[in-house]
Design a protein around this ligand. Structure first.
Ligand SMILES: [Fe+2]
Ligand SMILES: [Fe+2]
Length: 267
C-alpha cells in the first residue's frame, strides 16, 4: 500500500515498504515537488503502479505535472512512467543520455519528451532551479539526484537508503544505531563497489554533499531526514568500506527458508 505525507509545505512523499525476507523493510519513495512547474521525482515500483496512481492523484492532479525527474531507471523508480507520459502529453522526462539509452531497450522514451542533464547542470522549473547531483553512492550509472535551491531539499536517489525493522515517517525517529546499521547494510547491497573505493575519494564526495547544506535529505529508500541528520547520514556511508560485504542467501539457505515457511524439512 502506498501512503503519502508532507516532508515540507511544497513536497509530498509517496511511500511504500517492500519486505526483503530475512532482512527487513526497504522504503520505496517518490516525491511531488509543487514547483511553479510541478515535478514528480520517480514514479514508484512497477508492481505497484495502480496504487501509485491513486496515491499520486490524492496529492496532485497528474494533468498539472510538467516534469518527471527520473533519478535512474531501476524497476522501483519507473513503475508509472509510461502511464503518466500517455496520460499527460505535457510531461517531459529529465534524465541522462544513459537513461534514454537503457529505456530504449524496453520501453523507449520519445526523444521530443526528454530533457538531458548531467551532474552539475541546472534546470529552471519556474520558481526555482534544480541542480543535478551525482550522489556519493548509487547502483546505476544513470543516477542523478537533485538539489532544489528554493526548499533546500536534496533528493538523493538510492543513496542514504536503509533496511529497517519498522519504517517511521521521519528518519529522526530512528535511533543512531538503527539508522547506522540499516544504512550501512543497504549500501553494501546497493553499492558494493564502495568496498573498493579510495577512502579519500569517498570523503571528498561526501563533503560535496555536506557543502550543499541541504535542509532536507530525501532518499528513495529512507524516511524523510532533516538537514540536522546530515552528519549521521554521511558518517554511515563513511563506514561502508570497512563493513562486511553483502553475500546473498544461497540455494541451501533458500531451501531452509522455504522449508520453514511450509513446515517441511529441506531435501
Ligand atoms: Fe537503484
Ligand atoms: Fe532504488
Amino acid at each position: 500500500m502506498i501512503t503519502t505525507y508532507k516532508a515540507a509545505p511544497d513536497i509530498d512523499v509517496l511511500t511504500s515498504s517492500f519486505p526483503v525476507p530475512g532482512f527487513g523493510l526497504i522504503p520505496i519513495n517518490a516525491f511531488v515537488l509543487h514547483a511553479a512547474e510541478p515535478v514528480l521525482i520517480d514514479t514508484g515500483a512497477v508492481v505497484e503502479s495502480e496504487d501509485f496512481m491513486t496515491a499520486l492523484r490524492s496529492v496532485i492532479d497528474p494533468a498539472d505535472l510538467r516534469w518527471i525527474w527520473l533519478t535512474h531507471t531501476d524497476f522501483d523508480h519507473i513503475g508509472s512512467l509510461h502511464r503518466l507520459l500517455a496520460e499527460n502529453p505535457q510531461i517531459r522526462v529529465i534524465t541522462t543520455f544513459l537513461g534514454v539509452g537503457i529505456m530504449g531497450l524496453s520501453a523507449p522514451l520519445p526523444m521530443d519528451r526528454v530533457h538531458l542533464v548531467n551532474p552539475g547542470q541546472t534546470i529552471s522549473v519556474g520558481d526555482r532551479t534544480l541542480k543535478a547531483v551525482r550522489p556519493p553512492a548509487f547502483d546505476n550509472p544513470i543516477t542523478t539526484g537533485l538539489h532544489d535551491d528554493r526548499s533546500g531539499a536534496l533528493f538523493s536517489a538510492d543513496c542514504f537508503g536503509a533496511l529497517l525493522a519498522d519504517v517511521p515517517q521521519s528518519a529522526e525517529d530512528l535511533s543512531d544505531d538503527e539508522l547506522h546499521q540499516g544504512q550501512v547494510f543497504w549500501a553494501t547491497v546497493d553499492s558494493p563497489w564502495l568496498h573498493a573505493v579510495d577512502r579519500a575519494f569517498l570523503a571528498k564526495s561526501l563533503n560535496e554533499i555536506r557543502e550543499l547544506h541541504p535542509t532536507l535529505v530525501l532518499s528513495s529508500h529512507l524516511p524523510a531526514a532533516s538537514g540536522a541528520s546530515l552528519e549521521r547520514l554521511l558518517s554511515s556511508l563513511e563506514a561502508v568500506p570497512a563493513a562486511p560485504p553483502f553475500v546473498g542467501p544461497d540455494q541451501a539457505a533458500l531451501e531452509q527458508m522455504l522449508g520453514a515457511m511450509t513446515g517441511s524439512a529441506p531435501q
